[in-house]
Write a protein that binds this ligand. Sequence first.
Ligand code: BGC
Length: 846
Amino acid sequence: MRISALTVDAQPSGCLTDEQPRIAFALDSDRAGESLASARITVGDWRVDTTDQVGTVYDGPLEPRTTYPVHVEATGESGERAEASTSFRTGRLDTPWVARWITDAAYDSPAKQSPVPMVFRRRFHTRPGLVRAWVEVTALGVYEFDLNGEKVGDDYFAPGFTSYHHQLQYQTYDLAPVEGENTAVVTVAGGWAVGSFTHKRKNTIYADRQALLAEIHLVYADGTTDIVATGPDWNVSTDGPFRMAEWYDGETFDATVTADAQTWKAADVTAPKGRPRILAQYGAPVRAQRVLTPVAQTVAPSGEVVFDFGQNVAGVIRARLRAERGQTVVFRHAEVLVDDELFVTSLRTAKATATYTCVDGEQTYSPRLTYMGFRYVGVRGIRPEDLEIETVVLHSDLPETGEFSCSNDLVNRLQSAIQWGGRSNFVDIPTDCPQRDEREGWTGDYAVFAPTASYNFDMSRFLAKWLRDVAAEQGRGGGIPMVVPRAGNPFPVMATATWGDVCILAPWAEYLARGDLRMLREQYPVMKRFLKAAGWWSALLSVGRHNRRIWRYPFHFGDWTAPDTDVRGWLRRGRWVATAYLAQSYAIVAQIADLLGRADDAVRYRRLRGEVVAAYREVFTDGRGRLKTEFQTGYVLPLAFGMTSGEETEAMADNLSRLIAEAGGHLATGFPGTPQLLFALSENGRVDEAFELLLQTSSPSWLYMVESGGTTIWERWDALRPDGTVNIADLGGGSDEDSGGGMVSFNHYAAGAVGEWLYRRVAGLEPLEGGYRRFRVAPLLGGGLTSAEGSVLTPYGRARSSWTLADGRFTLEVDVPVSTSCTVELPDGTRHDLDSGSHELVCAVV
Ligand code: BGC
């Protein structure tokens, strides 16, 4: 037996925290049926004996800036033993900052624009005998810290995006100063705190101007320590090489600007608005994750040289250029080409342009204080032979935990597009899209994508960070903002279905995947407040027992993006969607209440769910499974959420089938219905129809996107129409600033939520208990598939289901991690209980 993984706060090494961390470990063994008998976890003098591999919280004392060794000794049921060690470090904890916030108090951002990046500079000396140096640093804005001309650390967009009134992360980077004089230069762009954000281009949302807080710690062999802290002895300049940097418009960098030519003055001491808690980074940092080279190069009719990177991503270009001083090169970005030109209308006000002014000779440029969502880059101002260009893919550091593939290549391309949709929208917060003037933390998008996200990625650190903001920004009445962090979003905070349900659906999906109750425990009060608000709004202005459980007010996005109607139609379906999601949220929170030992709550939520289910039937249907107002999502949700029974189920499934047939074998679901559509069919005896929809290739369908060249998931099913035009329909009215570019993105992950069905039903792999401690493998056959494989790196190790179908013989391989158990259901109806180990099962299929 071996310890195959040992993590502190989901990190195998390098954890630095200001909070009580969680320790987890996975075991590996050649012995079939092995399982943990007990483990001793030691952290210094602290120790605990446990039978849990996941979620052990170190609750011993913490001293600032201290390294804590962690040791795990595990004993298996077989008597075999294994051990492993790691460590974590603490950050400042409550140590008061010696540093003071600094800014340029004379600078004001122009209206609706991002401020010019501020550059802060400080020279400092080190004496001989330096043994360690590090910096603790944060900013209002996003910063880049350079020491002696070299970037420190490999994070992008530090300190990260949080609800800055409540919490702000700081980073700790080890430094390697030279002996003698050193220069620290920190560029702070407006970022989310000060820069222009939302399509309304609000600016100075959290602070009037950028500010920096930093302490450079120098420790010498003789035991002395120097701290170089931000204060009035730092210099500031607003005419550095970064002339412009912001989310939507991009970056303008003038390499001819040298530090000597800049105007420097003493920095001003300032104080941030509000009193955020300043905590050691607890989210997953954004980093360069991979590099793509162009797959094609063309010249557009306009003369622009166009590079195709073959994949829609979030990231930045990296260019090696041979150029002359003063030569300006412009890089524009787009997701699609129309008539061989970059199509940028859908970016709306976002310019998504990097402009670089060169020095003489060979040089490299890559934006550092912005990112774009793109597949194509158009370049002007340089001869192609003087340019080498690549794309640096940026997203939060999320371990990729899931893999799915099958014998149908188009479905594999869909799976790839789903994963890329996640990668490009997990840029510090879950965004709706990475390209246009939005890139906001729309809650509904993540709510529906959560299970798929948690299959494909270890979301734990990323989500823990974002859910902290969800909790912090929950309204007093229990509403959840539609966008978190709100960051200038104009919608009032209110309880709204699907979007607000994120406070339940996101932690629940992550719990099932990772098995750590802590996230559920922390979010439980948020869930309860949200459900209370939903219940209150349902009862408002309602007459009659059943109407009191129909959730209509104050506002719902309804069947958002359903292809059979427009925005008015989406909103009109609000109460069906809201009522069904409410039933489901009650059901989930009842299960969470059981897990947390809140029996009374569980009983109450089950009762409320029953009432909502009855109300849906009474108010919306004829009582025999037919909706008075029919639309696909209206059938999908009750069927998928188990809100129907007996003949009613049959009738509803028939009616859903009929609507699909009437739509020519097409789906017509929006954000809330799409993730549930195939479940609604497959759980109710219509496996073939589920596969037909999955494999449909004409619009609207998943594979239409893929066949039309989509490498990520689209916001609208027909974003690119069969005739090659882009569907830039806006939300109607046309008076809003967002009309013109319409509402169409080629990188919205919501419809990719079908990924859950691929893992759960096609590969057949699904958790029955948190973290796959117990799981099920029950593949569904259909769609002509002859093989499929899904695997997930669970906290206990890799769980895998891989099957082939040949000559009437079904062969299934299953890997069951140590300490877990699995129930297999084969296509012939037989059930098999498996302990840990690798297994092969075979049956005949007629
Ligand atoms: C966003 C969506 C979001 C929606 C809410 C859009 O502009 O891009 O994905 O959930 O608004 O209505």
